[in-house]
Design a binder for this molecule. Sequence first.
Ligand SMILES: *[C@@H]1O[C@H](CO)[C@@H](O)[C@H](O)[C@H]1NC(C)=O
Ligand SMILES: *[C@@H]1O[C@H](CO)[C@@H](O)[C@H](O)[C@H]1NC(C)=O
Ligand SMILES: *[C@@H]1O[C@H](CO)[C@@H](O)[C@H](O)[C@H]1NC(C)=O
Ligand SMILES: *[C@@H]1O[C@H](CO)[C@@H](O)[C@H](O)[C@H]1NC(C)=O
Ligand SMILES: *[C@@H]1O[C@H](CO)[C@@H](O)[C@H](O)[C@H]1NC(C)=O
Ligand SMILES: *[C@@H]1O[C@H](CO)[C@@H](O)[C@H](O)[C@H]1NC(C)=O
Ligand SMILES: *[C@@H]1O[C@H](CO)[C@@H](O)[C@H](O)[C@H]1NC(C)=O
Ligand SMILES: *[C@@H]1O[C@H](CO)[C@@H](O)[C@H](O)[C@H]1NC(C)=O
Ligand SMILES: *[C@@H]1O[C@H](CO)[C@@H](O)[C@H](O)[C@H]1NC(C)=O
Length: 847
Amino acid sequence: MAAGRSSNLFLLVVLSFLNFFPMFCLSIDTISLNKPILDGQTIVSANGVFELGFFSPNGSEARYAGIWYKELAKRVVWVANRERPLYDSFGGLMIGKYGNLVVVDGGNRTIWSTEVNATSAENMIAVLNDIGNLVLRENSSNGLELWESFDHPSNTMVPGMKIGLNNKTGEKIFILSWKNNSNPSQGDYIAAVEAEQMPQISIWDGDVKHFRTGQWNGRTFIGLRFMNKDYPTGFSLDVNGQEGTTYVSFAAFDVSVPRLIYLNSSGSLVIASWNADKREWTEPSSIPDSTCDVYDTCGSFGRCNDDEWSTICRCMNGYVPRNEDEWNNGNWKGGCLRRQKFRCERNNGSTKGENDDEDDGFMEFPRTKLPDFPRYLLSPDRASCEAACLKNCSCIAYAFVEYIGCMFWENDLIDIQSYAFGGEQFYLRLSHSELGGKRRLKGFEIALIVISGVLGFSLLAYLVCRLRKEGLSNNRGYRNMVSFAKRFASPKGSLTGDSHGYDFSQGKDSEVRIFSLKDIEAATEFFAAANKLGEGGFGSVYKGRLSDGQEIAVKRLSRSSGQGVEEFKNEVILISKLQHRNLVNIIGFCIQEDEKLLVYEYMPNKSLDKFIFGDVMSGEMVLDWKMRYKIIEGIARGVLYLHRDSRLKIIHRDLKTSNILLDDEMNPKISDFGMARIFGGKQDTANTNRVVGTYGYMSPEYGMHGIFSEKSDVFSFGVVLLEIVTARKNSGSYHQDSVNLCGQAWQIWNERKALELLDPRLVGSYYDPSEVIRCIHVGLLCVQDNETDRPTMAAIVSMLSSDMVLSVPKKPVFSIQLGTGERGSTSLSESLVFSAPSVSESIVYGR
Ligand SMILES: *[C@@H]1O[C@H](CO)[C@@H](O)[C@H](O)[C@H]1NC(C)=O
Ligand SMILES: *[C@@H]1O[C@H](CO)[C@@H](O)[C@H](O)[C@H]1NC(C)=O
Ligand SMILES: *[C@@H]1O[C@H](CO)[C@@H](O)[C@H](O)[C@H]1NC(C)=O
Ligand SMILES: *[C@@H]1O[C@H](CO)[C@@H](O)[C@H](O)[C@H]1NC(C)=O
Ligand SMILES: *[C@@H]1O[C@H](CO)[C@@H](O)[C@H](O)[C@H]1NC(C)=O
Ligand SMILES: *[C@@H]1O[C@H](CO)[C@@H](O)[C@H](O)[C@H]1NC(C)=O
Ligand SMILES: *[C@@H]1O[C@H](CO)[C@@H](O)[C@H](O)[C@H]1NC(C)=O
Ligand SMILES: *[C@@H]1O[C@H](CO)[C@@H](O)[C@H](O)[C@H]1NC(C)=O
Ligand SMILES: *[C@@H]1O[C@H](CO)[C@@H](O)[C@H](O)[C@H]1NC(C)=O
């Protein structure tokens, strides 16, 4: 008894000694004839990344030999005997007869084997390496490799692994789903490479295709929703024509964040990332991730769109449901049929017929997931691709895709999807009359647009005259504006029959609609929490759908904040007169009871901050550089319009990244004019006794003295610009010990290392370094302490689009000092709206 205890103690001492001095603990990464492992023992790769041994899946007692991440939640990445588990703990993994690596049960019966015969077992070793590959090879410096676990995946791809096929040997590597989380035996799904001329990955449920990624274009798979063409996805393709091999491999593009892809038991390819803080695997994205992603949801010639409210499936234009009843009942598998013959079909295949009706043409579908089974044609550009398609009657659609070229389709068009953004342009052949109908409609639409435009313009003219009369051009322009507003928008609600004769419901309805509270309640389902999009300066924003299907965003000014009324009127007046592609469009408003509601066009992509500051792992698309640059330019144009081009000089006063909304083409739209101020023609600066705005975006002179001018917007623009480039928040870093973004950016820029400021997520993707540096430079000029050092918006727009020489920015001392204040990064508009005269005492800034 005593002897037993002391030997245990000895073991303990040895073990803890080994723990303290790991170099003495030669971690064993090899199985050889003399060194098998038994259940309970493991081998570990050289640097301790992966471990091999026996395990039981969660919720199961069965024992499997497998490989798992040693430190990362013991995540299993490979299983040997997935079809034949052991039900006791007497299993072993060893080099067996003929040099195979085998799993044996307690009776030394082989239950799994690598099934490659070596010449001699003595010399064979199986080594687990640090990328998770178990390699069976001869023990010599250039020993023959006979087998590796990477060639026989389970349901998981780790970086460095590949799937694909060898056309010559017929060998295929694919991943196979587990039955369920507690049963690694073969499930229903496989994910494999389809090696056509342009390969794609497809997920199969038996013989039925479940999902496809679309073709590889040299950078990415074109059918992956939200995958950006220029952004590395982690996938790469390796085709070797001579060897006849096509392999898709997957690499972690950010090696500091372990990632893997696995096929789960319901057929989704899931990308999992290691969250080092929570010490768990998170699953930011997966495919398919919508009804429309599922292969062939809408049948042939059907087009799938998740983003529309009405129906998921529609027939392509010029096509009608094969079976109307089924289709209307939501059974879309039957697909659609073409309504009219092509001209070449009417002429027995000849494209030139006696019939002198006009030739077929093409209808363009933007942002499309292209159909399956394309054929390819060598052709230099879209025009010749189109011409070739038109010439051949069996060509029913084409697309010209960057890095792939001319693709065309001859048979049924299957698995088409319309995206909100991304995707490719798709051109569908239609007979002339189908296209003609469309053209007439277009003409009609144009007429409508012209008419409403004329109406709108006259209204604008009227308003401008009206405003002039009201004395807008004098220095008290703003106050007059408000009193003007008060007259037509009394808080009690009635807007019509105003004594000043201004009737908002007449003439204006082509532009701004007045909604009843009932309409809005119906549209937002009584402001259901589920429809809440966010919290703005003066209240909440809800998503809604009008009875005609139009999607809207409703800003509901909070009742409690007495401040809301003026801002409300201000916003209505302002916005209704502003028309610019980079400003958000108001649809209407509602004042009833004590509700004050603004109705805007709905922006499906929400606000810019979601993309810029979104959790890296959230699966949100990462904006590539081109897009960011486009957004920066768009914002600059929008602000320029406010400052200079809109006739009224408007200072926004609350420019910030979360106030920039993105439309479906990712065009930026400035929103939230609740705090904007109109300046009279000659007025340049003003003083306010209510400082509103948001920490981090406020210029020093505005934040401290309440002085605002165009240049305070320029400051905010500069902060937004720097945030877009760096993906770092300015407002978040007002802590004692941290330098804020502007100061930091200046320091790094001054050390000539500006590129280090770039959002790390863009490293490795395409960007023009000179553009990046230029942007940062412009941003730094915008955040200069002294407003006279800041450029005007007009100058900024030309700086961004030309190579003009820029002046050298000074160190933004002040904004750094501002950072030593007590307060956190709350939005002023929510927490610190002061009324005169208390303002001067109440704003606490460290000076
Ligand atoms: C195991 O399964 C249980 C219940 O299904 C679950 O709560 C637990 O988180 C799982 N553990 C792991 C490590 O997956
Ligand atoms: C299993 O095989 C190993 C090596 O060949 C041998 O040492 C061991 O005794 C065998 N065990 C049984 C139960 O036969
Ligand atoms: C390995 O050798 C065994 C016994 O000779 C034989 O049955 C088996 O077919 C061989 N396997 C391969 C892959 O050559
Ligand atoms: C591999 O071969 C070397 C030299 O022949 C030998 O020292 C070593 O022990 C062998 N390793 C194993 C695991 O058998
Ligand atoms: C593989 O072989 C098939 C039939 O021989 C051929 O059609 C296909 O193009 C080949 N694929 C590759 C990638 O070589
Ligand atoms: C997993 O699959 C096996 C076999 O199909 C089944 O017996 C078991 O109940 C399943 N477990 C769970 C948790 O679904
Ligand atoms: C597979 O992944 C999809 C997408 O993440 C998820 O909806 C589904 O529940 C997962 N299936 C299982 C069995 O976990
Ligand atoms: C088209 O061809 C078919 C048989 O080839 C013939 O019967 C028919 O008359 C032709 N029609 C025209 C319009 O040429
Ligand atoms: C049209 O294209 C198909 C497939 O590429 C081809 O077989 C056929 O000969 C072509 N027809 C003409 C008239 O060029």
